[in-house]
Design a protein around this ligand. Structure first.
Ligand SMILES: *Cc1c(COP(=O)(O)O)cnc(C)c1O
Length: 473
């Protein structure tokens, strides 16, 4: 029933892991991403399943049921025909690492719930800080994703700002009287987690000012400077500006150097949302990111370009004290007397209490592949985007407005919104899953190329198929 020293339990564990692997492997027989089933039909099928029978079905029957009823309609992230979102296939060794994480079920909140886990996370954070150019005063914590990393950064930097500027302890007293005037500045195409965060922080959506982008979808820094200056002159209180290092749709990269200068001129903090672009730090194109160490905090997602299973993300902060926003002592969990004796409790750095040991996946894949192995993965993704862009740029059926900096390409078939919408739907039914978004008011399609197994010949065949379908409407 649970792991133990008994041979019976060990055998049951081996058998279940083996059966689960076989169920996964027998659930697909080709390279398509999806069965193509229609949502109503799938809902009818799933509605027939019984969650809690009076008498349990036993393992053999349950895994058979999962294999037959559920797995065939799972989305297969490893398919080279899957490219709609920043949603990657998982490297094989990282799936094995997930098994180890689940088996030990460590929790990151206190040292006594994960001694090696705590120390590995701390070591991993330290080395990640140095990978991104942070010095010895830096720190960080693993989170559930880019959203949590961004919102944590906004909360922590807000508290520091208000303490410094207004001499007010937000953690203790709540928002200061001036709260309606506090502003966050982000690109108009930044991730929505800052809006959600502003709501949760009691500041509201109005506190997030959207800065216009230039022709390459990067914050227009001259306009940004003007907007912030005007806001200040009108009595508003700018506290943070966000550089998106890889926007979700285009992969465009805001100029961190210029945003640092703006932040300094107005006494603001600078956060780098590198949820997407952070992976490129290991590529041959790392110079495109700019110097991320200029930011006061950095969001990294490992479940995007780094190809690790969901969830795996980290927030790095240049100055350790930033994370003290999340410190709180509980008698049952993180006693101060223990921490003085070296039993560190990471709960004091996180919004979460019980928390997964995601750092192990990073350790296993980084260690196994090394810089050269990861460079090859990242270069393949970025190179594929360049290849796709160059092919469609010289094809008169397509519009391809922006050359990719990372691994995403937004494009459209000529002939209007309806043709693009219908083409995507038709592809979905064929098990080819691509993205759809809006570019300057028109429906656009999107390739997000994260899969290192994707080759140019497959890209060529996708282009051919898209053209064929497009012409049929
Ligand atoms: C994906 C993404 C996020 C959100 O990250 P999650 O891990 O999905 O929570 C935030 N910012 C950017 C730029 C992203 O691409």
């Amino acid at each position: 029933m649970v792991l133990s020293c008994h041979e019976d339990d060990k055998d049951a564990f081996r058998r279940m892991i083996h059966d689960a692997a076989e169920a996964i492997l027998s659930s697909f027989s080709d390279d398509s991403a999806f069965s193509g089933i229609d949502p109503y039909e799938l809902r009818r099928e799933i509605a027939k399943l019984q969650l809690l029978p009076e008498h349990g079905s036993g393992w053999d029957e349950t895994i058979r049921n999962v294999r037959e009823a559920i797995l065939p309609h799972m989305l297969r992230t490893w398919s080279p025909s899957y490219m709609p979102h920043l949603h990657s296939p998982a490297l094989l060794e990282s799936i094995a690492a997930e098994l180890i994480i689940a088996a030990f079920n460590s929790s990151m909140d206190s040292w006594d719930q994960g001694p090696a886990a705590t120390e590995i996370e701390e070591m991993t954070i330290k080395q990640l800080c140095s990978l991104f150019g942070y010095g010895s005063g830096s720190d960080g914590v693993f989170t559930s994703g880019g959203s949590q990393s961004n919102i944590s950064a906004a909360v922590a930097l807000r508290d520091r700002f208000i303490q410094q500027k207004l001499g007010w302890d937000t953690k203790k007293h709540g928002l200061p009287e001036e709260y309606r005037r506090i502003r966050i500045y982000t690109s108009e195409i930044s991730h929505f987690s800052f809006d959600k965060g502003a709501h949760m922080m009691g500041l509201g959506y109005d506190a997030v000012v959207k800065l216009p982008v230039d022709g390459l979808e990067r914050i227009d820094t001259a306009k940004a400077e003007q907007i912030i200056s005007d806001d200040e002159a009108n009595g508003l209180i700018p506290f943070m500006i966000v550089a998106t290092i890889g926007t979700t749709d285009f992969g465009s990269i805001d100029c961190i150097g210029e945003l640092r200068a703006i932040a300094d001129r107005h006494g603001m903090f600078l956060h780098a949302d590198a949820a997407y672009g952070s992976g490129a730090v290991l590529s041959s194109y790392s110079h495109r990111l700019g110097d991320l160490s200029l930011a006061d905090s950095i969001t990294i997602d490992f479940h995007k370009m780094f190809l690790l299973p969901i969830s795996a993300s980290a927030l790095l902060v240049k100055e350790r004290c930033t994370l003290s926003a999340f410190e709180l002592h509980a008698d049952y969990l993180n006693r101060e007397e223990d921490e003085e004796d070296g039993y560190i409790n990471l709960v004091g750095k996180s919004m979460q209490t019980t928390r997964r040991f995601d750092a192990l996946k990073v350790y296993v894949s980084f260690r196994m592949r090394g810089r050269d192995g990861y460079r090859q993965i990242m270069d393949t993704a970025i190179g594929n985007a360049e290849y796709f862009f160059s092919e469609i740029s010289r094809d008169e059926d397509f519009i391809a407005p922006i050359a990719p900096e990372l691994s995403s390409v937004v494009f459209a078939l000529k002939g209007g919104d309806e043709r693009n919408r219908k083409t995507r739907r038709t592809l979905l039914k064929e098990g080819i899953v691509i993205g759809q978004t809006v570019f300057r008011g028109m429906v656009a399609l999107k390739f997000t190329l994260l899969n290192p197994a994707l080759g140019h010949d497959h890209i060529d065949s996708l282009i051919r198929r898209i053209k064929e379908i497009g012409h049929s409407f």
